[in-house]
Design a protein around this ligand. Sequence first.
Ligand code: ADP
Length: 267
Amino acid sequence: MKKCWLELADDLSLEDLPADATPGFDGDSDAAREATDRLRDELIDLQDRFHAQGRDALLIVFQAMDTGGKDGTIRRVFSGVNPAGIRMARFGRPSANELAHDYLWRVHPHAPARGQIVIFNRSHYEDVLVVRTNKLFPEPVWRRRYEHIRGFERMLADEGTTILKFYLHIDRDEQRKRLQARLDEPDKNWKFDAHDLEQRKLWDDYMAAYADAIRETSRPFAPWYIVPANRKWYRDYAVMSIIVDAMRRLDPRYPEPDYDPKKIRFK
Ligand code: ADP
């Protein structure tokens, strides 16, 4: 697989990474869309085997700034996949009951079963992102969570779950355009939330929080992929190709029948 994500070197911040990059396609959106369509056919086939085999579980985490494109990516990448083997879990503001528990309490029940793909639309990472930028808990509380999260994901991986984590990287100017579009285009008005404007003021804090979260919790058993996401067609291609590559490596196969199909005849 050609490299379609960005590396966050130690001396860089997320804002140094080009959100409008299109590595491998040099701006050619038609070619990328065709490649995405071909990969989608392959994903549908791989997922059918994966589900039938019921051996592995796959957890796919999506995080992004507001307007970063989580919903659109999920819609486009997974359209046509058999709903029987796939589910999405959203993590919004915690309820009073959720807040009365530890922060992973609401997350663990959504972990995928064998044969299942579960998509996290936001995730336990909010507990080191929005919690940090909005000062919902003091620093010692969120800082020790990196270790919990590494341990939690390690446990899931040891028990048979493949984990892929995507940060959809848009830049500040792209967010401005997308927020404006929510006001200008009537069929996007429903997406506008004044709360997003408050969060936009915290852009620099979010970038620092994301960079720390990515560095602290990217491990071979649960890697983060920073996907350049200003161009939606590239973002979709990159996410699709990383998922398909991971599923190819799992090499799912239909289970062998424990009978001889040639010896059975219907009357
Ligand atoms: P989305 O923006 O993903 O489409 P919503 O509009 O429902 O979904 O927003 C979810 C909100 O919940 C976001 O502002 C997010 O930061 C917030 N949220 C998620 N998890 C937590 C958490 N653990 N603590 C506080 N806020 C959270």
